[in-house]
Ligand binder design. Sequence first.
Ligand SMILES: *Cc1c(COP(=O)(O)O)cnc(C)c1O
Length: 464
Amino acid sequence: MQYISTRGGIDPVPFTKAVMMGLATDGGLLLPRTIPRIGSSTYEEWKNLSYQELAFEVMSRFIDDIPEADLCEIIDRSYASFDSAAVAPLVHQDGMHIVELFHGPTLAFKDIALQFLGNIFEYLLEKQDTVMNILGATSGDTGSAAIYGVRGKERINIFILHPHGRVSKVQEKQMTTVTDDNVFNIAIHGTFDDGQAIVKSIFNDLEFKASYKLGAINSINWARVLAQVVYYVYACLHISKHENDKTTNFAVPTGNFGDIFAGYIAKRMLPEGSINKLLLATNSNDILSRMVNAGDYSLGEVTATSSPSMDIQAASNFERYLYYLLDEEPERCKQAMEQFSQTGALDLTDFKDQIQRNFSAVTATEEEVTATIAQCYKENGYIMDPHTAVGMHCALKHRENGVPICCLATAHPVKFGDTVETAIGKRLDLPESISSLLQKESYCELMDADKNLIRDFIKAHATH
Ligand SMILES: *Cc1c(COP(=O)(O)O)cnc(C)c1O
């Protein structure tokens, strides 16, 4: 499989090059040249595969430059750290299916992609006899999942900036209690946006980037999307065993459009109708639901909510979908993205019908999130985190039309315990892994939000 850029400015590259490139060198995002199609008989044969076996079947259709045995081994290692043998177990209740994606080491769905990406990086750096210094800014979830994805790996050092005092206690402890020599936590006096701006400006210094072999781990890496395609297929297979129905809607709590875009790829890959619609759920940062409902993709202000990992306006993976919306014509995609970066808006009203063939969208207010957590607890005893509740709110709105719905549970409730405890009116039992984590000592540099200071710190601690 060869990969191309949404903006058409690169020669096609194989999977391993696409992973190391991250962002395409023309500023676009990488996509497979074609989306493989799975026939009904193959799909039937997949029904009894384990998660890891299925991951191999799905991924190997997109990867032809890693030997099969090596890919199998990378997949097995990536999911060995999960506390559920099923990796992404399904819960069925009250006509609703929930696929739990939070059984990895940091209790959020980003582990599914970042455990895999960390192992792929390690494998490729070894083959190419080189090293990488990963630099990233986080508002909480990505940083811890990225650190756990690469901790202890020999050819990789990781530098993660988080806003001091503005991440949850569990998130902070998950990041700062990791004692491996290759992990550097930097708390900055400032906001997530300050951290993001510093990271961007350091990456823009191309000379520095090349000499310190900087790498990124953000959600635009194709390997992350690919790892996420797997659980859609897994969930579909399990639900079709459960329901005589052959079709499913997925409710997806959405921020950067990475998770739901993986669903879009799965939809195009699987036999016609296996996935009916993708229900796009946002919190009050609703640019993407406006896009689906009104064709209005225009930036608003970012507001803080109880689902902070979705407090995003410009969705970094949206360009990938736009490429398909614009008939896979890179020139048009490039122009649209240029217009968006100049004006902060794209008018997609003419595409509304086309968009709504694949997506429906609902926004959840803060009150609706708390009410949904409370309702599901009261009716079924199921406790969910606020991100999952945004998706569940959307699912409940679509329940009437009779198609089975699968909700993606993207974080463990203890990760956002304050909101959950307020909603259900009782304390949560902390899993042993979290209570011992909270006792551990933190290791972290506290620094001013000054790009020169951060750059000097990287110089002093980079791997060569
Ligand atoms: C990152 C994240 C999301 C949003 O996923 P996107 O791929 O950015 O749309 C939802 N829930 C949780 C818990 C997350 O960490």
